[in-house]
Write a protein that binds this ligand. Structure first.
Ligand SMILES: [Fe+2]
Ligand SMILES: [Fe+2]
Length: 344
């Protein structure tokens, strides 16, 4: 059974559960069972198709990790309540989140496939909310890959959860604006890292590292970031870690003003930035390790078919070997198809 969805809500990677027929000629324009690509969605929009029947996703039971699901849900309830109260009076009472933190960190630290788990858990449409949990998971995981102590890993999880909390003090129509921000609006938006720092500092509950991480998550190692435009040696390691995880999570998610990019495109972008604005060593550790989660994942190709990632080359984790039926495509060599997205 499929479900009816507005064309505005469908995403690449979803599977069509209907045929699209030319009203005049009766010819099948798009057959049933096709995986939607960005260009196909655009084409359908252009043809005034307003809704589609989409195949309901069957999540294989084996993919769902019970422990992760439980801790993620508890944490997201805690965070929801912190956000709600902060919206009402601008103050944050963090107990509900802090109380869940240990269980959350220990479950995420087991390193189940966090990317798949995060995708399965995404429940609400609230970008800042999903993003806070996502960045927390990525930051604590990167801390582990960097060999950090348990205390540091926990601090990174906390800094990730709260890194954008200052956005609650920015007018919601600017935070959710679908188009490009004006210069004034962007200047206001940029204040969120300082606001967040201030809100957390007021509670008196957080270490210097957590506070600096939040304050500096938009600083760049070449000094082009904000709020203070400081360079690498003045940026706390937590700030550098959050910057990498923040960009990765933001670009691989749908935002109000832009559709998500494929994790491979984003990895390419991060690699380039690691020579300019991001910490090179930390970015390298992040990309090397995160790519291991992609083995076994389904990918959507530019010709509308799907395949499975079978191997990641250690020398370039962005060009995998993909199996399509009984054929293997090695993306280290030139191919006439592109990988558009990694599905589940
Ligand atoms: Fe931010
Ligand atoms: Fe962020």
């Amino acid at each position: 059974m499929g479900k009816l969805m507005s064309i505005k809500s469908v995403e690449t990677g979803m599977v069509l559960d209907m045929e699209i027929i030319d009203q005049k000629t009766g010819a099948v324009l798009v057959p049933e069972g096709i995986t939607l690509t960005k260009s196909l969605i655009e084409k359908l929009k252009g043809n005034n198709v307003s809704s589609l029947i989409i195949r309901e996703e069957e999540v294989p039971a084996a993919l769902k990790n019970e422990g992760f699901t439980k801790e993620y849900s508890k944490m997201s309830e805690g965070l929801e309540s912190v956000f709600e109260k902060a919206m009402q009076n601008g103050e944050i009472k963090t107990d509900e989140v802090m109380y869940q933190m240990e269980g959350f960190v220990s479950e995420v630290s087991k390193e189940a496939d966090i990317l798949t788990q995060m995708r399965l858990m995404k429940k609400t449409d609230d970008y800042t909310f999903n993003h806070s949990l996502g960045v927390s998971i990525l930051a604590l995981t990167l801390g582990k890959w960097l060999g950090y102590s348990e205390v540091q890993v926990q601090e990174l999880a906390v800094a990730g959860i709260f890194h954008d909390i200052g956005k609650l003090r920015i007018p919601i129509d600017i935070v959710r604006k679908p188009g490009k921000l004006t210069e004034d609006e962007f200047d206001l938006m940029k204040k969120h890292s300082f606001y967040g720092y201030e809100m957390l500092q007021k509670t008196g509950e957080f270490s210097n590292g957590i506070l600096l991480g939040v304050l500096q998550h938009h600083e760049k190692v070449d000094g082009t970031g904000y709020p203070n435009g400081v360079k690498a040696d003045k940026i706390h390691d937590y700030g550098k870690i959050l910057a990498i995880c923040d960009i990765y999570h933001a670009l691989t998610s749908n935002r109000v003003y832009k559709d998500k990019d494929s994790p491979l495109t984003v990895a390419d972008y991060l690699k380039k930035e690691s020579f300019i604005s991001l910490d090179p060593y930390m970015t390298q550790v992040f990309l090397k390790n995160i790519s291991k989660f992609y083995v076994g994942s389904k990918v959507l190709l530019s010709n509308g078919t799907t395949g499975l990632i079978r191997y990641i080359h250690p020398q370039d984790e962005n060009k995998p070997i993909v199996q399509i039926g009984d054929k293997f495509l090695d993306f280290m060599k030139a191919q006439n198809v592109e990988i558009l997205d990694i599905l589940i």
